[in-house]
Structures are given as structure tokens and as C-alpha cells.
Design a protein around this ligand. Sequence first.
Ligand SMILES: NC(=O)N[C@H]1NC(=O)NC1=O
Length: 174
Amino acid sequence: MDMNAVNSLPFEDFVRIFGNVVEKCPMIAAAVWSQRPFASFLALETAISDFIDALPESGKEGILRCHPDLAGRDLQMGTLTQESREEQSRAGLDALESAERTRMAQLNEEYKARFGFPFVICARMNDKANILRQLSERCQSERAAERARAVEEVKKICHLRLQGLVRTDAPNKL
Ligand SMILES: NC(=O)N[C@H]1NC(=O)NC1=O
């Protein structure tokens, strides 16, 4: 769909289509809908990004907590969102060796115990070795810096999900 089509979407359709560009946070799509018409793909992405940035730290942590663990229970149980399933499998997280799975689970728990929110990284921009390395490194971060880092990863995930939904090449009639 191009930006003209995006800008013509009624509220319900907009939230249905864009409700998971930030994992399990349809309220963000609901909030930015009123800012239509968006002049460009970038304007839509910026509206979402600005909304996230304006949240109090507790709201940002809430967004992080909506993310499933990487290679975690939801992947094993088949209860991931479609977007997350595709991202995790593209990074090879659905085909971990048993030792890798154990290590990932241990580090995910260590990270959550330290920060109180799950480790978030844009899986499509990383492979499993890179993800494990960064998970291990980021377990040592300081809390505020880590929260900011994780929110940047949410925005990368959002960017790629938006690109999957909206054509970025077509001019728009605004
Ligand atoms: N925990 C976490 O990073 N989850 C996510 N990352 C990603 O690329 N898709 C997700 O669901």
C-alpha cells in the first residue's frame, strides 16, 4: 500500500494493519492515526517514534515488556505473533542447538532479573551468534542506558515492519 492508501484508512483498519508495528502495542497506532495525513513514510515512522519518546520511562518499559523472549517459551509453544515468528526464524532462533538454547534462556533470565524487562534486539538485523554475544554484553549495562538502547531496537523492528506494509517508493499526493 502507498501513503495515499495509508492516509485514507479508517481508524479500525489503520489499527488492524499497523497495530503490531510495535509488538503488541496497538494503542500506538491508535494514537498516531489522528495525525493523518502523513506527508511521507518517514512522517508516519517519526510520529510513532515521537510518541514512544514522549512516554514516561515506565511507559517505555511497558513497551519492552510486551516483547516475547528471543528463542523463548512463545517460540516453543507456537504463540508468537506472526511478525515475531518470522523475525526470530530469520535470525535462526528457531533452530538453535540445545546448548545454544540453554545459554540463551540463562542469559534472558539474567537480563530480566537485572533490568526488570526482557532483552530486545532487532532480530532481522542480527544472526544468532551476534544476538547471543550482545545479550551477554548488554547484561552488564547500566539500567537507564540499557532501557534507551532497547527502545532504539524497538524502533528498528518497527521500521522494518512498516517497510513490509507500506511502499516507500511511490510519491504521495499531499
Ligand atoms: N525480545 C525481542 O527482541 N523480540 C523481538 N525482536 C525482534 O526482532 N522481534 C521480536 O519479537
